[in-house]
Design a protein around this ligand. Sequence first.
Ligand code: UT7
Length: 330
Amino acid sequence: MSSPGEIHPRITGWGKSLPSKVLTNFDLESMLDTTDEWIRTRTGIKERRIAGEGETTASLAARASLEAMKVAGLNAEELDLILLATSTGDALIPAGSASLQKALGAKRAGACDVNAACCGFMYGLSIAYQFVSAGTFKNVLVVGSEIYSRILDWKDRSTCVLFGDGAGAIIVQGSNKPLLKPYFVLGTEGEHAGLINAPNSANPAVKSSASPYLTMDGPKIFKLAVTWMVKSTEKAIEGAGLKNEQISLFIPHQANIRIIESAMNTLKMPKERIFINVDKYGNTASASIPIALCEAIEENRVKPGEYIALTAFGAGISWASAVIQWDPKI
Ligand code: UT7
């Protein structure tokens, strides 16, 4: 039930930005001991995008943000807050969100980065919803932007075939128009922090024997991912007061088609209600869900009034799920 004056946050703008360079599985066959068949059958990935020399996480983020602001009809000076979800920022200091704020000319906006690896966008979204529903801010930009190609060991076939670069952005605004109260489930199990690692190599506390690149225990992550995607999605649906069959579209983190299918089979979700684009972009970490949401809207997969479930997992390990009602007009 909605009380008079209550502010209902909603996504009112969306945009994406993908580097033009495409790296296919066949390209990888000529670089590594791998095959298109192995990558496709084990992951569902056919190709991924790779950032060009002049591209940065902030510049990809800026392109996606400008699209999202255009859809929402906002100019840069109207933005109150910028949350840039990234785990591959251009520098440790300053936060990439500062470069993004400058690139957009969003002079009034506060800006910070959110790092929860592949869950960063979902954490950012939850923060944006809190600020807007509290009435603290009116216009919040949340962006997921990643360039994993720069932290991968291109000789390690067990990791480098999995990831891709890109950015997705959304605008959160509120209005008194009634809408389902969004429900977020956020969780972390820090005892598994070592399962995915990308060290800060400038830090002397990092052992010299550690790889300077991203390393990962894929099979262990696989099992935890399925478990937590299922549990957190169930909890988010229940928290929103809905049943599985009322969810029109599931947008899972696009890491591996087998992880998605396994989780969705347990949740008894029919294929036609699951959005998949991992084949085109691989795992774009925190950019994965906003890019997928953007494409789902472009493909008319979601209509006003319908309920959407979003679910992510990643290094930490962390997980994040949400159920929202789609109604982008304030
Ligand atoms: O956003 C979160 C980030 N992380 C993830 O999402 C990762 C989750 N995990 C996964 O997606 C899967 O575990 C992988 C795709 C990483 C691996 O799939 P798997 O079915 O768990 O395979 P595996 O690790 O058990 O490896 C099977 C075999 C191994 O060979 P042996 O030891 O059986 O002879 C690997 O050496 O496949 C080999 N292999 C490859 N072969 C060809 C590993 N990578 C490749 C490759 N090409 N690229």
